[in-house]
Each structure stands twice: as C-alpha cells, then as structure tokens.
Design a protein around this ligand. Structure first.
Ligand SMILES: Nc1ncnc2c1ncn2[C@@H]1O[C@H](COP(=O)(O)OP(=O)(O)OP(=O)(O)O)[C@@H](O)[C@H]1O
Ligand SMILES: [Mg+2]
Length: 198
C-alpha cells in the first residue's frame, strides 16, 4: 500500500530546491579577526535576502555563546568548533538554505574536513584577507590589544597561527575592497556558479 509517509518519498535536496527556486550552498568566510568576515556576511545576507533567496548566517562569535560555549581556543577545541559549525551548516544547506559562515577557522586541515562533507560545487571557501597590521589597527573589540598585553592566549595572528587557504573559491583583500564591493563579488560568484538566476 502506498503512503504519503513511505520512506522513498522523503523530501530530497531537489524537492526543496524546487520550492525555494534556488540551490543551497555554504559560503565559508575565513580570515583573521578584524578581516571583515562579519561585516561582509551581513552585507551579503542582506543582498541575497532582498532578492528573495533563503539564507542563514552562522557567526562564530555568536555560536561561541551557545552551541560552542563549552569550547576554548586551543587547537583541539578550535577543530571541534569548526567541525560543529560545519555540521550545522550542512544540515541547513540540506534544508535548502544558502548558509553564510563567518568563522576565523585558522587551520587548513579543519576547513578541508568540512569541505569534504559537501558535494562538489556546494562549498565556497572565501578568504577574507587583510594584513595583520591592518586587522590590528581596526581592532573594534580590543582583542589584539588584549592579546599583545598577554591577557588573551592563543590569539590567531599573535600567538596562534593562521593558515591561509591554498585554493579558495574566492580571495577578497579587504584592505582595498569596501564591504559592499566584497559582498558584490561573492554575490556575482554565486550567480555565476548557477546557485540562482536573475
Ligand atoms: N572591507 C572593509 N574595509 C574597511 N574596513 C572594514 C571592512 N570590513 C570590515 N571593516 C571594519 O573592520 C572591523 C572588523 O570587521 P569585522 O567585525 O567584520 O571582522 P571579523 O572578521 O568578523 O572579525 P572577528 O573574527 O573578530 O569577528 C570593523 O570595524 C569593520 O567596520
Ligand atoms: Mg566577526
């Protein structure tokens, strides 16, 4: 007997995509603290949302207040932080969303492990790059000042390394690109990749 609840009728990615009118994906913004990830993520999400696309923004700072409140900044906890955010992003992409992740995610191996959880063409790694000196001069949260004073340990760029992506889908130098220019570059890249039309 056929039933609306039969397992073979479970909604798949294609069915959700037909409903939203666009493909799902993860846009993974990686870079130093102060590089401009959250600023770009916010502009990009506004831009996508205004065009009727279904989005969600996962910002590392906010997640550390909840989902990842138990994690610190040592290498093992950073790896777990990235893994968890990657898994949440995967579920959200599975649900049909364009997920924007703003997370320092300093280690190449951790980012690679997340990439491997996605099908080809679903994971867009974006290196939001800025020279350390400029990030440090922005310092809106006073984190570099505290790290230099020895009050913050394992701070990326100061006493913990940042490993730049070897071949990101996009490279955005925010010393020369404004937030709006950076958001427009990502938007165009996603459109050119066929995520949505128009
Ligand atoms: N493209 C840009 N050009 C100039 N300044 C920028 C640009 N993007 C962001 N900024 C400024 O740099 C500062 C840091 O930006 P933002 O908070 O987005 O960095 P972040 O990468 O999210 O840092 P964190 O990892 O600490 O959250 C802010 O004061 C912001 O206004
Ligand atoms: Mg941020």
């Amino acid at each position: 007997m056929s039933s609306a609840l039969a397992p073979q009728l479970r909604l798949d990615r294609e069915a959700r995509s037909r409903l939203t009118g666009h493909r799902s994906a993860v846009v993974w913004l990686t870079g130093l603290s102060g590089a401009g990830k959250s600023t770009l993520a916010d502009r990009l999400e506004q831009c996508l949302h205004a065009r009727g696309l279904h989005t969600y923004l996962l910002d590392g700072d906010l997640l550390r207040g909840g989902l990842n409140a138990d994690l610190g900044f040592g290498a093992a906890d950073r790896a777990e932080n990235v893994r968890r955010v990657g898994e949440v992003a995967r579920l959200m992409a599975d649900a049909g969303l364009i997920v924007i992740v703003a997370l320092i995610s300093p280690f190449q191996l951790d980012r690679q492990a997340v990439r491997e959880r996605f099908a080809p063409g679903e994971f867009f790694e974006v290196h939001v790059d800025v020279p350390l000196a400029i990030a440090e001069s922005r310092d809106p949260k006073g984190l570099y000042r505290r790290a230099r004073a020895g009050l913050l340990k394992d701070f990326t760029g100061i006493d913990s390394p940042y490993e730049p992506p070897a071949s990101p889908e996009l490279y955005l130098p925010t010393a020369t690109l404004s937030p709006d220019e950076a958001a427009a570059a990502v938007f165009e890249h996603l459109r050119a990749a066929g995520l949505f039309s128009g």
